[in-house]
Structure formats: structure tokens, C-alpha cells
Design a protein around this ligand. Structure first.
Ligand SMILES: NC(=O)c1ccc[n+]([C@@H]2O[C@H](COP(=O)([O-])OP(=O)(O)OC[C@H]3O[C@@H](n4cnc5c(N)ncnc54)[C@H](O)[C@@H]3O)[C@@H](O)[C@H]2O)c1
Length: 278
């Protein structure tokens, strides 16, 4: 007799994960492996890809993980990945549009600086839109079309709590720093994260009767060694009173990739400790 948990199996399914070498991308990779699938990590850095592969190989010693150094803004590179996967496996079953220029408080991303809206550079705007929206569009076109032809597949678009609400810039402020030197979360991030939800809804209807489901996952507030003052300020905005852990996402990702969510399309799944309801 089959169990309810069998619905979560994605045995042998090929799942492309963009930005797969990053913080959350590695967790999506674990989700695919837990379900018995084969993750395909795309990222721009070969060394990070190899490190990600080595990291998961320790936890899943007999796993198969494909890695491709690929810029998702380059259509021809994506077609090469598609062709290689099809000649090796004959099918592509999932896509997680996860890559974005994610401006982290703890990092030194050029889009997370003392750049106020009035002087926000067009160059950074274009770069952020290119990765977060155009890259997701191209991946959906290249890999999603394979799924459309197969009449089966699943796309997960990664948004954020900032796809639902606007950033509260107060949490990034530092005491004693002049106004024009305060760092702020960039407008491009809000636009990308709201836009990706629109892309989900469009594609969910476009592919509605064609066997391809498309949903959005909004992660939020990942703890990653941020300064104590920042952790305190952001935690006060979250009803659960804490940031999230990377291991709080894979079970939901596996649910969204598998037949367990067979009637879900066009949905926005928000994992934010309640932040967006406050
Ligand atoms: N970390 C958080 O707190 C948080 C919260 C909400 C949403 N998110 C979202 O989750 C996703 C992953 O975030 P993360 O924290 O793992 O970020 P990350 O910066 O660790 O990972 C992003 C990855 O994308 C890759 N990338 C960038 N440009 C690329 C390109 N052109 N082609 C291919 N790969 C490219 C980067 O090299 C990096 O490995 C993002 O969409 C982000 O907006 C993150």
C-alpha cells in the first residue's frame, strides 16, 4: 500500500537550480536530493559550484549533482545546458529560479550601499533586473518549454518577504552615520521580488492546462552572521521574534516540487515567521 509520503518522492527528476551555489541554492539542492531527484546547479562561479557539490556530497555520499558554470542572462549558455541535459537524461522536470543579486546586510554587494534613490545608478538597476527578472524569464523560456513539450514539470520562482512588503529601511540604519551615508535596501530588489510573483501568475495561467505548475516561494530574514544590532531590530518586526534558518526551507521546496502539491499553481508560499502580516 502506498503511503502519503510517497507523494513527496521525485525519484530521477532533473531539477535546474539557478544561483545553485549560493546560501539558499545549496538548500534547494538538498531538497531535491532528499526527494531522490538530480539537482542541476547553475552559477557564475566555478569554485563556488565545486564547493557546493563537495558540501552536499559529504551529506549525501552517493548523490548525483550536476554543475554548470552558466550566466543565466545568456540565452545561448542556457540552451547549451538544456541540450546537454536532454542528451544525457532525456527530460527536465523542474526549475527553481533562485538567482538574484541579493543585497545582504552582512555582505559587500554593490547594490547594498549608501546609494539613495535619487542617485541610484542605472547600471546597477540594469544588472539587478537582468539577473533577477530577465534571467528567470530566459530560464522559464528555455527549460519551461521542455516541460511544456513533455506535458509535465514544476517551476518555483524565489521571491522574498520584500516581494510582498516594502523594506523597512530603519533596520539598516546605523547611529551616528550621516543621512547620505546610510545604507539602504535598493529599489531594484523590491521591483525584482514583486516582479517574480507576476511572472509566476502569468506562467501559471499560460501553462495551466499544459501540465506545468508554477509557484512562488518567499523566504525571509535568513540568519547568516549579521551584526547583533541588526538581528535585534529585524526580530522585532517578526511575530515569531527571530530570523529563519536555512534548514527551514527544503521541506517546503520538496513539497512544491513534488506531486504532494499537485493542485497548487500560481500560489505564493510565504515563509517569514509572520513578518508580512504585521
Ligand atoms: N538570504 C535571504 O535572507 C533571502 C531572503 C529572502 C529571499 N532571498 C532570495 O533567495 C534567493 C537566494 O538568496 P541567497 O541568500 O542564497 O543569495 P546568494 O547571493 O547566496 O546566492 C545567489 C547566487 O546567485 C548567483 N548568481 C548571481 N548572478 C548570476 C547569474 N547571472 N547567473 C547565474 N547565477 C548567478 C550568485 O553567484 C550566488 O551564488 C535570492 O533570489 C534572494 O533574493 C534570500
Amino acid at each position: 500500500m502506498s503511503s502519503l509520503f510517497d507523494l513527496y518522492k521525485i525519484t530521477g527528476k532533473i531539477v535546474v537550480i539557478t544561483g545553485g551555489a549560493g546560501l539558499i541554492g545549496r538548500k534547494h539542492c538538498e531538497a531535491v536530493l532528499e526527494g531522490g531527484g538530480i539537482p542541476v546547479l547553475l552559477d557564475i562561479f566555478q569554485d563556488s559550484l565545486e564547493a557546493a557539490k563537495a558540501e552536499v556530497a559529504e551529506k549525501y555520499p552517493h548523490s548525483v549533482v550536476e554543475i554548470f558554470k552558466t550566466d543565466i542572462t545568456n540565452y545561448d549558455s542556457l540552451c547549451r545546458v538544456r541540450d546537454e541535459l536532454l542528451s544525457k537524461y532525456g527530460h527536465i522536470d523542474g526549475l527553481i529560479n533562485n538567482a538574484a543579486n541579493n543585497p545582504k546586510m552582512e555582505g559587500s554587494a554593490k547594490n547594498m550601499g549608501a546609494i539613495q534613490f535619487h542617485n541610484f545608478p542605472l547600471e546597477i538597476w540594469n544588472e539587478d533586473i537582468a539577473v533577477g527578472l530577465t534571467g528567470a524569464f530566459l530560464c522559464a523560456q528555455v527549460f519551461g518549454t521542455v516541460m511544456e513539450n513533455q506535458k509535465s514539470g514544476v517551476v518555483i520562482n524565489i521571491s522574498s518577504d520584500y516581494g510582498i512588503i516594502s523594506p523597512n529601511q530603519n533596520i539598516y540604519r546605523k547611529e551616528g552615520v550621516p543621512e547620505n551615508e546610510q545604507i539602504i535596501k535598493p529599489i531594484s530588489y523590491s521591483v525584482v521580488k514583486h516582479g517574480i510573483i507576476g511572472m509566476t501568475k502569468y506562467l501559471a495561467t499560460y501553462w495551466g492546462k499544459k501540465g506545468v505548475r508554477v509557484n512562488t516561494l518567499c523566504p525571509a530574514s535568513l540568519a547568516n552572521g549579521q551584526p547583533d544590532e541588526f538581528v535585534k531590530k529585524i526580530s522585532e518586526l517578526i511575530p515569531m521574534g527571530r530570523m529563519s534558518r536555512p534548514d527551514e526551507y527544503p521541506a517546503t521546496v520538496l513539497y512544491m516540487l513534488s506531486e504532494a502539491s499537485s493542485y497548487m499553481t500560481g500560489a505564493t508560499v510565504i515563509l517569514d515567521g509572520g513578518r508580512t502580516i504585521w
